[in-house]
Design a protein around this ligand. Structure first.
Ligand code: GLU
Length: 170
């Protein structure tokens, strides 16, 4: 597929997950402000981006009400290219929920991504995964996808292999 001739705006919806976790002074893992902005700053991109925090939760706590909020945010953005940062444990479930919401995803390329290690850590996969997802969102046909660890899967055909910490086709 040819690369887009003019870069379109990419909306980035954040929902929390390990991507935005950090150790509090009490030694607890907590979810902080979205870290997508600083990552984009470091990348010195001149891509038109719009970052919006929808929820900030561990994805094990993600309910269909939260997913409906994500769908609403998709309906509200005029961007056709959208990345969603999300905890990895229930990323496949959210991708399938969104795939069943035609009014929210119509004409949009939506790519969910996350991180196995918090973005505030030195050895984190967050910037790699965000960069791959932003690129994928600009190149893929409309639909709902998961991009993790350099791989891209369609919603409905991917699962997390928890023992290995990777996403695999199902
Ligand atoms: N329970 C976490 C979550 O899904 C797992 C770690 C992660 O985000 O990947 O939010």
């Amino acid at each position: 597929m040819p690369a887009p001739s003019a870069a379109e705006k990419v909306a980035i919806l954040t929902t929390g997950g390990t991507f935005d976790k950090y150790y509090s002074v009490a030694g607890e893992m907590e979810i902080d402000e979205p870290t997508v902005g600083p990552i984009l700053d470091l990348a010195a991109t001149n891509l038109d981006t719009e970052v919006r925090s929808v929820v900030a939760i561990d994805s094990l706590d993600m309910t269909d009400e939260h997913r409906a909020q994500i769908a609403e945010a998709l309906e509200e953005t005029d961007a056709r290219r959208v990345v969603i940062t999300h905890g990895t444990d229930t990323m496949p479930e959210t991708s399938e929920f969104l795939r069943e919401r035609p009014e929210a995803i119509k004409g949009k390329t939506i790519v969910l991504t996350g991180a196995m290690q918090p973005s505030c850590m030195r050895l984190t996969d967050a910037p790699f995964n965000l960069g791959a997802a932003v690129a994928a969102a600009q190149l893929l046909e409309p639909g709902v996808y998961i991009s993790m660890s350099g791989r891209i899967f369609e919603a409905g055909s991917v699962a997390k292999d928890r023992s290995r910490g990777v996403f695999v086709a199902k």
